[in-house]
Design a protein around this ligand. Structure first.
Ligand SMILES: [Zn+2]
Length: 244
């Protein structure tokens, strides 16, 4: 069947095509994959849990000392301090603690975060506006959304995100120094196949033509940008990868 024919092909000769002359145009049903990263339990998380537990204990003791010691004893003089310390500790643990224990996905469909069972929020590479690296996290910014990847619990995922962003949408990661994160480890993360994307009803990036049938869709294999089969430009409008 013509529609199932692989579109990927090698282009001979030199010319202005990318590394090795690879053409990145893909059919919607071409195989795609991603890696799933489980968070690493960290010292910070342990301390956060401990801080929360101690805060709860102190709060309990404070409340008891203040109001429940019986008529004759009255409230204990230290009780108000216990309550204040409990509130401060609880607030600090809540504000600065490590709470991102969600698994992450990195691959052909961009960067994803598992918000619940079967519920994955994704930012496609073509939707990434900027990557931001701080001491604590690598943040992937999309239009109107962002995914923060804490380095303490998700360093292997952060390394892979940065490396893939540099290869797929280099301009979006240009602010980040070379060697800022370790190179990705091919053994890290579990490789999973991706379902074909839902594209019917979306529009071609180059011509704005409505994609009424999924068979009419073409994808940039590098950044995931979407095109109608009649409107595929020579180079991807988003990442400049050669498409024809
Ligand atoms: Zn592209």
């Amino acid at each position: 069947m013509a529609a199932d024919r692989a579109v990927k092909r090698k282009r001979k000769g030199s010319g202005s095509t990318g590394q090795g002359g690879e053409v990145f145009l893909r059919q919607r049903t071409d195989p795609r994959s991603e890696r799933r990263f489980e968070p690493k339990a960290s010292l910070a998380l342990g301390l956060t849990m401990l801080g929360m537990s101690v805060a709860a204990l102190l709060a309990g003791a404070g409340v008891y000392g203040m109001w429940f010691r019986g008529e004759e004893a009255g409230s204990h003089p230290y009780a108000p301090y216990l309550l204040v310390v409990a509130v401060l500790l609880g607030a600090a643990a809540g504000l600065f603690g490590q709470w991102s224990m969600k698994p992450l996905r990195v691959g052909d469909a961009g960067v994803g975060i598992e918000n619940g069972p079967g519920e994955i929020e994704r930012i496609g590479w073509h939707d990434v506006t900027r990557l931001l690296l701080t001491e604590a996290a690598l943040t992937v910014q999309g239009s109107g959304t962002a995914i923060a990847i804490p380095l303490r619990t998700h360093l292997p995922a952060a390394s892979r995100v940065l490396a893939e962003a540099r290869a797929r949408v280099p301009a979006r990661a240009a602010d980040i120094q070379e060697g800022a994160l370790p190179l990705p480890d091919d053994a890290a993360g579990e490789v999973r196949a991706l379902e074909p994307p839902q594209v019917a009803g979306l529009r071609c990036k180059a011509t704005d033509k409505l994609i009424a049938f999924e068979a009419d869709a073409r994808l940039c294999g590098r950044c995931g940008e979407l095109y109608h089969k009649d409107g595929v430009p020579p180079n991807c409008a988003t990442c400049a990868a050669p498409l024809r």
